[in-house]
Ligand binder design. Structure first.
Ligand SMILES: C[S@@+](CC[C@H](N)C(=O)[O-])C[C@H]1O[C@@H](n2cnc3c(N)ncnc32)[C@H](O)[C@@H]1O
Length: 314
């Protein structure tokens, strides 16, 4: 079964206001197709006129970060504090963050609402002169379905832009006190999700990422499917001792970390009872063991390099 939000997680401690809907938003798919056609003809001028993080006209699609209000960006905080209407992503946006930064704003939970409701709601508020913020969990560019809302709004003449956030995989790596890329251990990171309602079996590439050996695989939307995922990895002959961590509610007050391996993690997650809201991380980077010092602060430090990218400090 696809991961869904358990009913108890949709409860907000903040007062919700029912949206005042004005229909006639048009067909969102037509709007998405039209925006796609425009993009094929040429990139949006705003790409070259603005930098990420700049103040811009329109409705910002803000990443709330993983949960802890301290992990919201400064730009996100300023926009929320100035907002009249905040349309937020329900249970994965910590109500503490809404209490702290949006006490003055009208709040609408987007869970259970379709584009036909959300687009006129945001458009009308924006056209009435309100400061509207669309708040997504983590970063809106990762499994956020932000672009379709933005395209539908743009099609209606409402400008939009992204304000990035800390994606939950980054909160998970901070919790684990490790890096997702680690010299001689993990050269790549895959952000992925398991098969289910959205992905077919053929579109599920988790086994291929694990097969590569030097990839840290971060699975979103897969808490409910840990058993299935591990069973498939075992059936594909992956080493049962490959490290796996499941980080529930990374950065929240009730954060929980379960550590095991491909052979043991499913039992542990089932015992803990988590079915949603966790990040599953597979690979040797989970333990942070076995890496070697990087070139960056070794031989290269004093020699320089002709390859500017490779010599780039981080
Ligand atoms: C619809 S996706 C949204 C991801 C979000 N845009 C992001 O960048 O983190 C929801 C999934 O993200 C993961 N997730 C979101 N917040 C999390 C957190 N604080 N701790 C662990 N996983 C989280 C879970 O896997 C959850 O099923």
């Amino acid at each position: 079964m696809e991961e869904t939000t358990p009913p108890d997680e949709t409860a907000e401690t903040v007062t919700e206001t029912e949206p005042k809907l004005r229909p006639d938003g048009g067909d969102p798919q037509e709007a998405i197709d039209a925006q796609g056609d425009r993009r094929r003809e040429g990139l949006d001028d705003r790409i070259f006129d603005h930098n990420a993080g700049d103040e811009q006209d329109g409705i910002p699609f803000v990443g709330a970060g993983p949960g802890n209000p301290r992990l919201l960006t400064v730009a996100g905080k300023e926009l929320l504090e100035a907002a009249d209407l905040v349309v937020h992503a329900g249970s994965l946006v910590n109500s503490e963050l809404l209490d702290e930064y949006c006490a003055h704003a009208e709040l609408v939970n987007s869970v259970g609402k379709d584009l036909e409701e959300l687009i006129p709601l945001m458009r009308d508020a924006y056209e009435d002169g309100e400061n509207v913020v669309r708040l997504h969990s983590g970063d809106p560019a990762i499994y956020g379905a932000a672009l379709e809302q933005m395209d539908a709004l743009e099609h209606e003449g409402v400008p939009t832009y992204f304000v990035p956030g800390v994606t939950s995989a980054f909160a998970a790596s901070a919790t684990l006190r490790t890096q997702l890329t680690l010299n001689e251990v993990s050269n790549h990171v895959a952000f992925t999700r398991p098969q289910g309602k959205t992905l077919t079996e053929e579109e599920d590439h988790i086994s291929e990422f694990v097969e590569m050996g030097d990839v840290t695989t971060c699975i979103y939307l897969g808490t409910h499917a840990v058993r299935d995922t591990m069973d498939r990895l075992l059936a594909d002959d992956h080493d049962p001792e490959t490290p796996v961590a499941v980080i529930y509610h990374a950065s929240w007050p009730d954060e929980d970390v379960i550590v095991g391996d491909i052979g043991t993690i499913a039992d542990k997650v089932e015992e803990a009872g988590y079915r949603a809201s966790a990040m599953v991380v597979i690979g040797d980077a989970v333990t942070g063991a076995g890496y070697e010092r990087s070139f960056l602060y070794g031989d290269w430090a004093n020699r320089g390099s002709n390859d500017a990218d490779e010599a780039e400090s981080d």
